[in-house]
Ligand binder design. Sequence first.
Ligand SMILES: [Zn+2]
Length: 150
Amino acid sequence: MTQKSYEEALKKWVRTWRDEHLSEDVRKLIKQANYDLFYGPINDGAVGDPAEEDEELAKYPGFTSACKQIRDAIDGLPSDLYIDTDSGEVRDSEPEAERCEACEGEGVVDGITCEECQGHGGFDPSGDWWHAERREIRACLLGTELVSYL
Ligand SMILES: [Zn+2]
């Protein structure tokens, strides 16, 4: 319906996926890698390094290694999502047209154009479907900046 409800539905889906598929450690790595991007480098031994005084950051493996671990962890993230902003339904394949029963999808009945579907053989799937692409899904999970390093 609106860009906003689409973004919210995508965010909600990504949050659920993250909770189901990513370990505590990987989620922490994503946060730290983002932190590294904006405030880094961290944990490289430089004076004033934020990792000096932070136990969690001190375990940070460095940006390259963090990215590799994150990349492996999100391997199963779908590369396409179809979101119905009417119902909130999310699918990983394109919703198919509903077949017209009157003409059994042929578009014609006894040589005459089917009145039910006007000869289309089916109907557009109900709802308001939006398509989210791989990069957008990953950016929603990882942050727009970090995603370009993976
Ligand atoms: Zn028909």
